[in-house]
Design a protein around this ligand. Structure first.
Ligand code: NDP
Ligand code: PYC
Length: 335
């Protein structure tokens, strides 16, 4: 195991992306995103994903060089056509104008379509909360999740992320898949020979299984909380696909692009300026009071705490990268 400096890891990942056909801008955005996930211990969307990015780029399924196109949607609405590119560069292009609109009008919807999101969602919302806004993000992915009663998967693992400012410049963030586990974690469990938790998935015949391979080979993941999680998956399909003009998870068809792994769907973000609300004590102070009440009640761990602790460790000691992973990454650099 070596411990890599964040910037050194970003430089290596940038080289992988660019040598596989992305523009320098896209390479930089995706490299920072992926290295940040590894730094924060968000392993299902860290270095493990690099082989999938590269296979996807080599398959011609995604355009790593395209410029997202911004479309005016109204005073509080911004549409972005990612034009078959990655979602993160589309969001990066939209963010300054979206923040301006949110501050001018109180809120802004960002509707991104024809975009590939293969990453954790918290990096998309964190910067908005650091600038004093509340941010909610939704992405639909590919049909891996079967709602109760369904004969086959229809929903994606559809994550939902939320970020809000706390007092003293801190923020609170959660980011969770709608499935019991992210698909990435099922792949990691299969790779490492671990069982899934009970009630996480079914095999190809619809029988409950804890075998990750059975879920990956024609089975399905289940939504957390049964019909309640399924309803959130439904909302995310509607907001990330029907609203934006993107594809539903079950419409993703990469059969003409062997090796492709990224979903070509949509993403919706809602930014809110909390100073427009009615809190006399100030929004961030009220959030802080709630967090204090939770701690007083006995909840020690808040969402984001584990990730920020991993970040602090990695920034102090470096990001742990195994020799095997380093070899794999170096092997992904195209000649
Ligand atoms: P987890 O279940 O690991 O975590 C979900 C959230 O709950 C996190 O904010 C986490 O904080 C928090 N949390 C976990 N355990 C506790 C606890 N005991 N007490 C308090 N808070 C807790 O995430 P998922 O497996 O659902 O998702 C993993 C990642 O996969 C996400 O980043 C998601 O965006 C990504 N994903 C991306 C998809 C895509 O299409 N791009 C599709 C599906 C998933 P902390 O981080 O601090 O542990
Ligand atoms: O881990 O479920 C997942 C996932 C889907 C798309 C990107 N990540």
């Amino acid at each position: 195991m070596t411990h890599m400096d964040f910037d050194a890891l970003v430089a290596l990942l940038r080289r992988i992306f660019q040598s596989n056909g992305t523009s320098a801008t896209v390479a930089d955005i995706l490299a920072r995103n992926c290295a940040s996930a590894e730094r924060d211990g968000a392993m299902s969307h860290g270095l493990f994903r690099m082989a999938g990015y590269v296979a996807t780029l080599r398959s011609g399924w995604v355009d790593g060089r395209v410029q997202p196109r911004m479309e005016e949607g109204g005073a509080s609405f911004l549409r972005v056509d990612a034009a078959n590119g990655f979602a993160q560069p589309a969001l990066a292009a939209a963010a300054p104008l979206a923040i301006e609109k949110a501050r001018a009008t109180g809120a802004c919807v960002i509707a991104i379509r024809h975009s590939h999101h293969f990453a954790a969602l918290w990096p998309d919302v964190e910067p908005f909360a650091q600038q004093g806004l509340v941010a909610i993000a939704m992405v639909n992915s590919m049909a891996y999740v079967a709602p109760p009663g369904a004969r086959h998967p229809v929903y994606g693992t559809n994550p939902l992320a939320f970020a809000a400012p706390r007092a003293d410049g801190r923020i609170i963030v959660f980011d969770q898949a709608v499935s019991v586990l992210a698909h990435g974690d099922v792949q990691i469990a299969a790779r490492d020979g671990h069982l899934l938790p009970p009630d996480a998935g079914v095999d190809a015949s619809g029988q409950a299984t804890r075998d990750p391979r059975a879920v990956l080979d024609g089975g399905a993941l289940l939504p957390f909380g049964g019909h309640k999680g399924a309803a959130i998956a439904l909302m995310i399909e509607i907001m990330a696909a029907a609203l934006t003009g993107g594809l539903f998870s079950h419409e993703v068809d990469w059969s003409a692009h062997p090796g492709a792994q990224t979903p070509s769907t949509g993403q919706c973000l809602i930014l809110i300026d909390p100073t427009r609300g009615g809190s006399a004590a100030g929004f961030a102070n009220r959030v802080e009071q709630l967090v204090t009440a939770l701690h007083d009640a006995g909840q020690e761990r808040m969402p984001g705490d584990r990730r920020l602790a991993a970040r602090a460790r990695a920034l102090r000691d470096g990001i742990p990268v195994s020799a095997d992973m380093l070899r794999q990454l170096e092997g992904l650099i195209a000649p």
